[in-house]
Design a protein. Structure first.
Length: 220
């Protein structure tokens, strides 16, 4: 374990927590809603996902068994606000098929599976990449896996903790290797990074007002 990186990561966490407080992320009423949100949020803003999930709720379709019985065309129309809705409907249908046929429609049964085995299983489903799988693992199943999204890359490359060409696995390892494997910490840290990136560490960053403004930064 790298003590210096551990200290840097813990310091950043504390600075972000003091500025933003507890984020209460992922916003969902059930683990299955997290799964749906994790798929729908690909390549779109969360506000669009909220509209799509609201459509599913109004249609009383926010369950694995109910979506399993629906054709892809019906699902696509319900999730239209999320963008790329035909593609996402196919991905959601495949995920629902897996939950129903392998776990009798039970998220509890799915989440009870051993962490590495479940992650590999999710990654085998077409359209479920590492970020989506890890979001499901962390936020739906409470498995201690850090979600290393594009915001994480942006923030931590700008502060010199990762190299410019660092990939997903290496970014995830930075957190997994230097922090305790605690679900709540990984959950909160990821949510705080998202908040930072949305408000300050933008494409055109607002460095002077940033809660990390006193830390070294390396922006082209």
């Amino acid at each position: 374990m790298s003590t210096s990186k551990k200290e840097q990561l813990e310091n950043i966490y504390q600075l972000l927590y003091r500025r933003f407080g507890k984020r209460n992320w992922w916003p969902a009423d059930s683990p299955f809603e997290v799964v749906v949100g994790a798929i729908l949020t690909q390549n779109t803003a969360w506000t669009n996902v909220e509209k799509a999930i609201a459509n599913l709720k109004r249609a009383d379709m926010l369950s694995a068994l109910k979506l399993y019985r629906q054709p892809v065309s019906v699902i696509a129309e319900l999730i239209r606000p999320s963008g790329f809705y035909n593609q996402k409907a196919k991905r959601l249908k495949l995920m629902v098929k897996h939950i129903v046929e392998s776990y009798k429609g039970s998220m509890s049964n799915l989440c009870n599976k051993e962490t590495t085995e479940l992650r590999n299983e999710l990654l085998s489903i077409n359209g479920i990449g590492k970020e989506t799988a890890d979001s499901i693992m962390l936020y739906a199943c409470n498995k201690p896996l850090f979600v290393a999204d594009s915001y994480t890359y942006r923030v931590f490359s700008r502060h010199g903790l990762i190299e410019k060409e660092t990939g997903y696995d290496e970014i995830q390892a930075l957190f997994m290797d230097n922090l305790d494997h605690d679900t709540n910490t990984f959950n909160e840290y990821h949510a705080l990074i998202v908040e930072l990136a949305k408000n300050f560490c933008r494409t055109k960053p607002l460095c002077d007002a940033c809660p990390l403004s006193d830390l070294p930064r390396y922006i082209d």
